[in-house]
Design a protein around this ligand. Structure first.
Ligand SMILES: NC(=O)c1ccc[n+]([C@@H]2O[C@H](COP(=O)([O-])OP(=O)(O)OC[C@H]3O[C@@H](n4cnc5c(N)ncnc54)[C@H](O)[C@@H]3O)[C@@H](O)[C@H]2O)c1
Length: 596
C-alpha cells in the first residue's frame, strides 16, 4: 500500500513553487505554502489566484472548485509551519548552500517520517540529502514549467533513497495526473541535460548577431514544431535560474563548454533582466509576470509595403532540379501565382516531376484546400524544360539539385552566363557554404540561400542565408518573396546548419550519447522531451523519421566546421548507420518498425 499524502509543504513560491502549489491543491491535497517574507507570500498567492482565475475564465475550472482549491492553501512565512506535513517540496533558487541550509532546517522541523523533496534542476540531490539526518527519505521531484500544464515529473533517486520512498512518490505523481520517469542523480537529469546546451547555443547565436531573437525563435517553432522558441523559453524559465542551471551543469557535467553560460546571460541577470518574472528578458512583457510580449526597440519594423516593394519585378521563377525539394518548391511558387520554369536533366524527369506536382495538388483538392480551377491555373503556370537556356528571362532562380558542391558550382557558373543581370540566384543547400556557390558567379551580391524545409508545400519556414557578399537588396527581395509564398523567412549567416539544424542536431546527438551511457531508455527520453518540454516528437522518434545517415552527415558537418568537441557524433549513431539501421526507411533505426 502506497503512503497516503494528505498534506504537503511547498517552500519558495516563485516561478515553480506557485505552480507546484496549484498542482497539489487542484488534486485535493492540503498545502502549506512557505516563503521568506509577507511580500513574497503575497506574490505567490497572486500567481495562484491569477492562474486559477484564468482557468475559470477559460471554462476549465468551476468557480466553486477554484474557491475550494484556494481554501486548501495555508500561506505562511518561515519553515516552522511545516511541522506536520507528509511531504515537503523545496523550490527555492538554485544554490546548493541555500538548499542545504533549508534541508537541515526541514529535517529539524518536520516529523521523522516526512519525505523531503527538492525541485532542483541541476544540483546534486545526494549533496542536498546529506545535509539531513534522513538522506534515505530525500528525493528529487522535478516538475516542469508551467507545473500545472506540463505532464512530466522526473523523480530523482539517489544511491541512498529508499525504494519505498521512490514507490510512494511514484504513486503520488500518478495521483496528480503526471507521468513520471525515475532516474538517478546526474546533472540536468534527462530533459535539462538535453535542453540547456541548446538554449545556451541559441543565446550565443543572438549574442554574435547571427540572427535576430524573433528569427531564432520563429525558426525553432516553425522548423521543428516546438511550442516556443529558445529565447522565449529562457524568459519563461527565468534568466537567473537558467544561469545557475547552466553553471552547475558545466561544473558537474564534465565541463562541457556548451554549458558554460554565454556571457550575455550573466550581463542580463546583473541588469535585472530576468525574463517574464521581471517584465523584461530577451523580450519585453506587458508587466512583470505577464506572458504578453509588447513591442520594444528591438522589434523589427518591416511594413507590408516594404515587403510588397521587395517582390516588385519578380514574376517569373526558375527552379532547377527534379528531387523532392525541387518538386515541392515548384508547387509552392506555382500556387502563389508565379510563372515557373522547371528545368530538369531530361523529358523523362520532367514528366515525373509533373506527375508528382499534379498528385500533390490533387491531394489539396480532395482535402478541400484548393479549388479545381486553382489547381489547373497553378499547373498552367509551369513550363517544363530540360535546358538551362530557358532561364534567360526569369527574375529569380532557385537551385535544388544534388547536395554536391562541384555540381552546384558548375550550375551557378552556367546560370551566371545565362541569366539577365539583377536576377536573384538562390540555392536550397542545407549544408554547403553558400559563399562557395556565390563565388562561382561574377555576381555574388545577388546570390542567397533559400533553405526550404521538407515537405516544402507544408512547412511554413524558409531560412534565408546571407553570405558576407550578399547585398541587403537581395536579402530584402528574398524576405518579400517568402512572405508572398505565405512562408516565414528567417535571416541568418552562412554557417553550417544555419539556425535550425545547428540547434536541433546536437540535441539529437546528445540524446544518443545519453542512451549510450545507459542513463535512461529511448522511451523515457522521448517521453521526457514530449511531456516535459512539449516537443511534438521525442529525439529517437525524430531520428528514425529523419534518417540516421542524414542525421550523422549533418552532425559531422557541424563538428567539422565548428570544431566543438561536444558536437562529435555519438559512436552509437555511427555504429547504427554502419549496421544499416537508418530509421523508418530501412525498417529499423533506434526502434524496430517492422514489428507493430
Ligand atoms: N524556472 C524553471 O523553469 C524551473 C523548472 C523546473 C525546476 N526549477 C527549479 O526550481 C527551483 C526554483 O526555481 P524558480 O525558477 O521557481 O525560482 P524563482 O527565483 O522564481 O523562485 C524562488 C523563490 O524562492 C523564495 N525563497 C528564497 N529563499 C527562500 C527561503 N529560505 N525560504 C522560502 N522561500 C525562499 C524566493 O523568495 C522566490 O520566490 C530551482 O531549484 C530551479 O532550478 C525551475
Amino acid at each position: 500500500m502506497a503512503r497516503e499524502f494528505t498534506s504537503v509543504g511547498v517552500v519558495g513560491l516563485g516561478t515553480m513553487g506557485a505552480g507546484i502549489v496549484e498542482v497539489f491543491a487542484r488534486n485535493g491535497i492540503e498545502v502549506v505554502a512557505v516563503e521568506i517574507s509577507e511580500t513574497a507570500v503575497e506574490r505567490g498567492r497572486a500567481t495562484l489566484t491569477g492562474s486559477t482565475d484564468r482557468a475559470v475564465a477559460k471554462g476549465k475550472l468551476a468557480p466553486a472548485d477554484r474557491d475550494a482549491l484556494l481554501a486548501r492553501v495555508n500561506w505562511q512565512v518561515g519553515l516552522d509551519a511545516l511541522h506536520s506535513v507528509d511531504l515537503v517540496i523545496e523550490a527555492v533558487p538554485e544554490h546548493l548552500d541555500l538548499k542545504q541550509r533549508i534541508f537541515a532546517e526541514l529535517d529539524r522541523v518536520c516529523k521523522p517520517e516526512t519525505i523531503l523533496a527538492t525541485n532542483t534542476s541541476s544540483l546534486s540531490v545526494t549533496e542536498i540529502s546529506v545535509a539531513t539526518t534522513r538522506p534515505n527519505q530525500v528525493i528529487g521531484i522535478h516538475f516542469f514549467n508551467p507545473a500545472p500544464v506540463m505532464k512530466l515529473v522526473e523523480i530523482v533517486r539517489t544511491v541512498v533513497t529508499s525504494a519505498e520512498v521512490v514507490a510512494d512518490v511514484e504513486a503520488l505523481c500518478e495521483r496528480l495526473g503526471k507521468v513520471d520517469v525515475t532516474i538517478s542523480d546526474r546533472a540536468g537529469f534527462i530533459a535539462n541535460a538535453l535542453l540547456f546546451g541548446y538554449l545556451n547555443h541559441a543565446v550565443s547565436m543572438l549574442e554574435s548577431r547571427y540572427a535576430t531573437r524573433e528569427d531564432i525563435d520563429a525558426a525553432m517553432k516553425l522548423g521543428c514544431g516546438l511550442p516556443m522558441g529558445p529565447l522565449a523559453l529562457m524568459d519563461l524559465i527565468g534568466l537567473d535560474t537558467a544561469y545557475e542551471i547552466l553553471d552547475t551543469m558545466y561544473r558537474r557535467g564534465g565541463r562541457d563548454r556548451r554549458h558554460a553560460p554565454v556571457p550575455l546571460i550573466k550581463q542580463m541577470v546583473t541588469a535585472g533582466l530576468l525574463g517574464r518574472k521581471s517584465g523584461r528578458g530577451f523580450y519585453t512583457y506587458e508587466r512583470p509576470g505577464s506572458p504578453v510580449v509588447v513591442p520594444d526597440e528591438q522589434t523589427p519594423v518591416t511594413t507590408e509595403s516594404a515587403l510588397a516593394d521587395g517582390t516588385h519585378g519578380i514574376a517569373k521563377v526558375g527552379v532547377v532540379g527534379s528531387g523532392t525539394m525541387a518538386t515541392g518548391i515548384i508547387e509552392v511558387f506555382a500556387k502563389a501565382g508565379y510563372e515557373v520554369v522547371s528545368v530538369t536533366r531530361g523529358a523523362e524527369k520532367s514528366a515525373k516531376v509533373f506527375e508528382a506536382v499534379k498528385t500533390s495538388l490533387n491531394k489539396g483538392v480532395v482535402r478541400g484546400k484548393l479549388g479545381e480551377a486553382d489547381r489547373d491555373a497553378a499547373l498552367g503556370r509551369i513550363t517544363w524544360s530540360a535546358t538551362l537556356e530557358h532561364l534567360a528571362d526569369v527574375d529569380l532562380v532557385v537551385e535544388a539539385v544534388v547536395e554536391e558542391l562541384s555540381v552546384k558550382k558548375a550550375l551557378f557558373a552556367s546560370l551566371d552566363e545565362i541569366c539577365k543581370p539583377g536576377v536573384v540566384l538562390a540555392t536550397t543547400t542545407s549544408s554547403l557554404p553558400v559563399i562557395e556557390v556565390a563565388m562561382a558567379t561574377q555576381r555574388p551580391a545577388d546570390v542567397v540561400g533559400l533553405h526550404f524545409f521538407n515537405p516544402a508545400p507544408i512547412m511554413p519556414l524558409v531560412e534565408i542565408v546571407q553570405t558576407i557578399r550578399t547585398s541587403a537588396e537581395t536579402t530584402t527581395t528574398a524576405k518579400a518573396v517568402c512572405a508572398k509564398l505565405g512562408k516565414t523567412g528567417v535571416v541568418c549567416g552562412d554557417r553550417s546548419g544555419f539556425i535550425v539544424n545547428a540547434l536541433l542536431f546536437p540535441y539529437l546527438n546528445d540524446a544518443v550519447k545519453m542512451l549510450e551511457a545507459s542513463y535512461s531508455t529511448a522511451d523515457d527520453i522521448d517521453h521526457a522531451m514530449k511531456l516535459g518540454c512539449g516537443y511534438p516528437m521525442g529525439p529517437f522518434e525524430l531520428l528514425d523519421v529523419v534518417g540516421l545517415d542524414v542525421s550523422l552527415a549533418i552532425q559531422r558537418e557541424l563538428y567539422l566546421e565548428l570544431r566543438e568537441p561536444g558536437f562529435a557524433p555519438a559512436p552509437l549513431l555511427e555504429h547504427l548507420v554502419t549496421a544499416g539501421y537508418l530509421g523508418r526507411k530501412t525498417g529499423r533505426g533506434f526502434r524496430d518498425h517492422t514489428r507493430r
